[in-house]
Write a protein that binds this ligand. Structure first.
Ligand SMILES: Cc1ncc(COP(=O)(O)OP(=O)(O)O)c(N)n1
Ligand SMILES: Cc1ncsc1CCOP(=O)(O)O
Ligand SMILES: [Mg+2]
Length: 218
C-alpha cells in the first residue's frame, strides 16, 4: 500500500449545474478552469423532473463548453448519453445504474473513450463495473445534496477499501465542499466530483477551485 506522500494527488472532477445557458455559463466556466487544476468536466444537464435533458440541449452545450475544457486540457465527459458523447467527440460518458448498461455504452463510445459508472455505496457494483472494463467507479453520496435526489449514503471507508485493493480510479461524489473534502482525500479518493460546492461557493467558482486545489496539492 502506498503511503499518503507516494499517492498521486486527488484531482477535481467538476459537474456542471443541471440547468444552464451554455453561452451565459461560458465565462464562469473559463474562470473556474483557469483558477486551478481540474481533471475533467462532466456535462450533466437535467430537466426539472430530473430526466436527462433533450439531445439538442446536450449538443448545443457540448458545442459551446467542450472547446473551453479542451483548450485547458480538461477532459469533457457527457452524463447519461453515450450516443451524444460519441456524436460530439467527447472524452467519455458517465452512466448510472438506470442508464445505458456498461457493455452497450462501451460499444457506442468505443475502446478509447472513458466510461465511468455510478456504484453508490456498493462494493459489489464497483467490482462488477471494474471487471466489465469501466475506467473509473464513483461512490456516493458522501454528504447531503440538493443537486440530486439520492438514496444511498457512502462512508469514506469504501474509498480506502477500493484504493487498497484496486488500481482503477475511484471518484467520490455527493454534497462535497471545501470544508468536508479532507476526509475523502485522506481516505483515498482519486477524484472529487463536485457541482454545487464549486458553482454555489460563497466566494465564487474560481475561488472554490483554488481552495479545492490547496487541499489536494498542499
Ligand atoms: C462522477 C459521477 N458519479 C455519479 C453520478 C450519478 O450518475 P447517475 O446515478 O446516473 O445519476 P445522474 O447524475 O444521471 O442523475 C454522476 N453523474 N457522475
Ligand atoms: C450526480 C450526483 N450523484 C450522486 S450525488 C450527485 C450530485 C452531485 O452534486 P453536488 O456536488 O452539488 O452534491
Ligand atoms: Mg445518469
Amino acid at each position: 500500500m502506498s503511503t499518503k506522500d507516494e499517492r498521486i494527488p486527488t484531482r477535481l472532477y467538476l459537474i456542471t449545474p443541471p440547468r444552464l445557458d451554455p453561452a451565459g455559463f461560458a465565462d464562469t466556466l473559463k474562470a473556474a478552469l483557469d483558477a486551478g487544476d481540474v481533471a475533467s468536466l462532466q456535462l450533466r444537464l437535467k430537466t426539472e423532473a430530473g430526466d436527462t435533458a433533450p439531445a439538442d440541449e446536450l449538443r448545443r452545450a457540448a458545442e459551446i463548453l467542450m472547446p473551453l475544457a479542451h483548450a485547458r486540457n480538461v477532459a469533457f465527459i457527457v452524463n447519461d448519453s453515450p450516443e451524444i458523447a460519441r456524436e460530439m467527440g467527447a472524452d467519455g460518458v458517465h452512466i448510472g445504474q438506470d442508464d445505458t448498461p456498461y457493455k452497450e455504452a462501451r460499444k457506442i463510445v468505443g475502446p478509447d473513450a472513458v466510461v465511468g459508472v455510478t456504484c453508490h455505496n456498493s462494493r459489489h457494483l464497483a467490482m462488477e463495473a471494474g471487471e466489465a472494463g469501466a475506467d473509473y467507479v464513483a461512490f456516493g453520496a458522501f454528504h447531503p445534496t440538493d443537486t440530486k435526489v439520492t438514496h444511498s449514503r457512502a462512508e469514506p471507508e469504501i474509498l480506502t477499501w477500493w484504493s487498497e485493493l484496486f488500481e482503477l480510479p475511484c471518484v467520490a461524489i455527493g454534497g462535497i465542499t471545501v470544508e468536508n473534502a479532507p476526509p475523502l482525500i485522506e481516505a483515498g479518493a482519486d477524484f472529487l466530483a463536485v457541482s454545487a460546492g464549486v458553482w454555489a461557493h460563497e466566494k465564487g467558482p474560481a475561488e472554490a477551485v483554488r481552495l479545492f486545489n490547496l487541499l489536494m496539492n498542499p
